[in-house]
Design a protein around this ligand. Structure first.
Ligand code: ATP
Ligand code: MG
Ligand code: FE
Length: 343
């Protein structure tokens, strides 16, 4: 069965074709980062308009990459939520119109389920059950995953998401948008002893996080020095202090979640999962504490269509009736993951 995946929840338009027999056939992505950069963040109306412009050419590119015609698609999976309402509407209307035109069933996918299952697209995928750390631009959650649709929330951020903390701190250092990759690169040149920033909730004895204070700590350091006096080396030192603090907390909570559940497999998903310092620290903890850690391919950490096609294929293999010939597009901009069920 061949599933077309359509992702448009934020500022990436992603299309992909996944075959339950042969795996990922092809995928295409357009990131709007350059367009939003001058505004310092995503402008929802611009995002929606750009999804409209990109979706059909990307669909054609994806079909060409797989060497097939649209008639060969068996079902269409699209991101139904959570995300920006207007952006989601573009993806869902494209999926539903295509379904209607081709007489194929469609199914809405939860964006976070896409992220959560994305490590299963890698060449050495984890088996269920596992603990998942979802660290993206909008979410930071620890989950116990027993199978597709079987997600138990163990803990989450009480304020900013990890990706958001990266982006906001990078902005304070004048590093542009999105700041995650930039602050990570800069941190490589920083002195780890220069700034010891707080590790929020490190000893909270639960699996929750809080990152807004860390961003404030970066702001305080920048202010105290006087923004004009923050030279390149100081920026790198602050970046290093920030990255070390956030990585310490993320790793400690992952280890605590594994201990609490008794599981030995840890899966990382979402954009911050691309972070090299986080990966190095998790690998070191895994070797020391004897657990295994799994990551998505780098290109599938941030938003993409492949994870949506894959999540759709997984759901359909459990319940073929999950896709329907119902083409009224309905999106769910706010949609808690624990409201998801397999059938
Ligand atoms: P959500 O999935 O929660 O709705 P999103 O889709 O915007 O949010 P993702 O696309 O998964 O989030 O990830 C984007 C985030 O990942 C941004 O905050 C970005 O700064 C961060 N990020 C990407 N690469 C890196 C990196 N190498 N180091 C740190 N952060 C990174
Ligand atoms: Mg994005
Ligand atoms: Fe995302």
């Amino acid at each position: 069965m061949i599933v077309l995946g359509v992702e448009s929840s934020c500022d990436e338009t992603g299309l992909a074709l996944y075959d339950t027999g042969r795996g990922l056939l092809s995928h295409a992505l357009h990131s709007q980062v350059a367009m939003h950069e001058e505004y310092g963040g995503v402008v929802p109306e611009l995002a929606s308009r750009d999804h409209i412009r990109r979706a059909i050419p990307l669909l054609q590119q994806t079909l060409k990459g797989a060497g097939m015609a649209a008639a060969g698609i068996d079902a269409i999976a699209y991101t139904q939520g959570p995300g920006l309402a207007g952006a989601l509407l573009v993806g869902s209307s494209i999926a539903c119109s295509l379904g209607l035109a081709l007489d194929k069933p469609v199914l809405g996918i939860h964006h976070l389920e896409g992220h959560l299952l994305s490590p299963l697209l890698a060449s050495d995928p984890p088996e269920f059950p596992f603990v998942a750390l979802l660290v993206s631009g909008g979410h930071t959650q620890l989950m116990r995953v027993d199978g597709v649709g079987q997600y138990e929330l163990l803990g989450e951020t009480l304020d900013d998401a990890a990706g958001e903390a990266f982006d906001k701190s990078a902005k304070l250092l004048g590093l542009g948008y999105p700041g995650g990759p930039a602050i990570s690169r800069l941190a490589e040149f920083g002195d780890p002893a220069a700034y010891k920033l707080p590790r929020p909730m490190l000893h909270s004895k639960d699996l929750n996080f809080s990152f807004s204070g860390l961003k404030t700590a970066v702001l305080t350091v920048v202010k105290n020095r006087g923004a004009a006096n923050v030279c390149e080396q100081s920026k790198a030192d602050i970046a290093r202090g920030f990255v070390d603090a956030i990585v310490d907390v993320l790793v400690a909570k992952c280890v605590a979640a594994l201990k609490q559940t008794g599981l030995k497999r840890l899966v990382i998903a979402g954009g911050v999962g691309a972070n090299s310092q986080l990966r190095a620290a998790l690998d070191a903890a895994a070797a020391k504490k004897r657990f295994r850690v799994y990551y998505p391919e780098l290109e599938f950490c941030t938003d993409n269509g492949a994870m949506i096609a894959f999540a759709g294929a997984m759901r359909l293999s459990i319940n073929p009736a999950a896709a329907r010939r119902e083409y009224g597009f309905n999106v769910r901009p706010r949609w808690p993951l624990d409201e998801l069920r397999t059938v």
